[in-house]
Design a protein. Sequence first.
Length: 145
Amino acid sequence: MNSCNFYGRIASEIEMKYNESTVVATFSLAVTKRGREKGADFFRFKAFNKQAEVLEKFFHKGSRIAVTATAVQPQKYTNKDGITVYPNVEFFVSSLDFVDAKNENTAEEQLQEHPVEQAPTQKPVDPREGFMRLDESITEELPFK
């Protein structure tokens, strides 16, 4: 059995198709190239039924996702000009996993609405040291010095 694992960002809007018995979600996934090459490779995926519904409900263009899929090579065909066409490989989703936090896309908005205030006993971090300075009353309570 062929099985492929991908980690990337959804690169297109998720297209949903419904018929009497099946729901199909089609999307592109951008997978960052490794090594010296820059850029990303783009792959087409199809998910069916429950997985398609999960994609529609929880994912959108730009979402990070981990996908396990089976590669399916569509059959070659001859077009009207007599040229043999070898279509691109498609991937059928076997499983998918969330990578982004539940509300990662709205975290910045939440921070603006409810800013986190620094405790008054904390002094600013000195970027040269890489450590935060603690108030003397706190350091006396630490089990190590």
